[in-house]
Design a protein around this ligand. Structure first.
Ligand SMILES: Cc1ncc(COP(=O)(O)O)c(C=O)c1O
Length: 405
């Protein structure tokens, strides 16, 4: 067998497997109730509408929809995104908007554009594993900054920045998921969003605002994105159709100053030339038909009771001593278990009981999160959620009992 390992670049040698992807492989077993993936519920896919729209697109504009497109994405879709962004207070224009193959591609592009090996980026503690992996693949040094129930604690962020500058770090950007954060579920209030911009301005840093979940909102009024308070192109904003339409479309968008968005386009020219044109046409038609808002409302109606069942089931089945905020939107609960539990070690016990989650350390760049776990509530049925939490409760209780023997 040919062994390619001698030939790999240093970069490839340093790449790490995505823990979530590895876990998802295990959870293919249909008997396992999986809270591990960040999967939308298949019931939320608007199959009937998409059937009609797809057929219309093929009838009316197959020449364009099946052709290569421009690297920035089809104008119609970008105009629709521009209209929505403007309503949310984002001051932007069409040149600033680029359609990407998922937000994951946007994160990768940001890494490629801004990070030299050894450069430093600041991430929340905890943060999104896919972002961490993307930045690490460019050999960045990631440091974390503490969060509380309202997200990044800005005073401590400033301390983190000062300390890293004292250590002569080449600091580039601050990566944040301010609304219904993955994994912790928090929402950063407006006052902190503004302060974050002030701090980034003071230290001349970029902010990467990753916003896949803000539309999945159950109990609070809509929040303006950080980008809405950005007057000088310091924020790179990204959002995605993955959680509000279908992740299989691989469609997302970045809003950045036109200089940065041109650089992202250059990345894409090497990577995939353009984003899937066919799904861009379908998404544009779906938005134009006026179905998007109603559809998002239906997704929220589907997920809110699931959130409630998960939180209530934890109260019923988890032993005393755990802490879990009730997320006001998004797709995840983030409980922290009593002292003495290591959720990474406990994962194998949970699998034996046919229930899966992602352990908390996976979301930390500083080795923290050992007692936390991310539980997805969007994918499973209501019955599976209660049963899965019951199983998890048993696993935790047993773990705590063996600990005290
Ligand atoms: C915070 C965050 N960013 C980015 C992504 C990637 O989304 P996409 O499917 O658009 O690549 C996800 C997916 O779960 C996510 O949770």
């Amino acid at each position: 067998m040919f062994d390619p390992s001698r030939l790999y670049s240093d970069r490839a040698g340093k790449m790490r497997k995505s823990e979530i992807r590895e876990l998802l492989k295990v959870t293919q077993d249909p008997e396992i109730i999986s809270f591990a993936g960040g999967l939308p519920n298949p019931k939320s896919f608007p199959v009937k509408d998409l059937e009609v729209i797809t057929s219309n697109v093929l009838k009316t504009c197959p020449q364009n929809a099946l052709q290569y497109g421009t690297t920035h994405g089809i104008t119609e879709l970008r105009e629709l995104i521009l209209e929505r962004a403007s309503k949310e207070g984002v001051k932007t224009d069409i040149e600033d908007i680029i359609i990407t193959s998922g937000s994951q591609q946007g994160l990768d592009a940001v890494g490629k554009i801004f990070l030299n090996p050894g450069d430093t980026a600041i991430v929340e503690s905890p943060s999104y594993l896919g972002g961490i992996n993307a930045f690490r693949s460019y050999e960045a040094n990631l440091i974390s900054t503490p969060v509380d129930k309202d997200g990044m604690i800005i005073d401590l962020l400033e301390e983190t920045i000062k300390k890293s500058l004292k250590d002569e770090a080449n600091l580039k950007f601050i990566y944040t998921i301010p609304t219904f954060q993955n994994p912790a579920g928090f929402v950063m209030p407006e006052s902190r969003r503004k302060k974050l911009i002030d701090v980034a301005t003071e230290y001349d840093l970029l902010i990467i605002e990753d916003d896949p979940y803000s539309k999945l909102r159950f109990d609070i009024p809509a929040m303006k994105p950080i980008k809405a308070f950005d007057d000088e192109g310091r924020v790179v904003y990204m959002s995605t159709f993955s959680k509000i339409l279908a992740p299989g479309f691989r469609l997302a968008w970045v809003i950045a100053s036109d200089d940065i968005s041109r650089k992202i386009a250059m990345c894409k020219q090497a990577l995939d030339l353009c984003t899937n044109t066919f799904t861009q046409f379908i998404a544009a038609e779906f938005m134009k038909s006026g179905s998007m808002d109603l559809h998002i409302m239906k997704i929220c109606e589907l997920y809110k009771p699931k959130r409630d069942i998960m939180i209530n089931s934890m109260e019923k089945y988890f032993p005393e001593g755990y802490v879990c905020n009730k997320p006001k939107g998004g797709m995840f609960a983030w409980p922290t278990l009593p002292e003495g539990i290591d959720t990474e070690i406990m994962f194998l016990d949970a699998l034996k009981e046919k229930v899966a989650y992602v352990h908390g350390k996976a979301f930390h760049v500083d080795g923290g999160g050992g007692r936390s776990m991310r539980l997805n509530f969007s994918y499973s049925t209501n019955e599976q959620i209660e049963e899965g939490i019951r199983r998890l409760g048993d696993v935790i209780t047993k773990k705590l009992e063996t600990k005290t023997v």
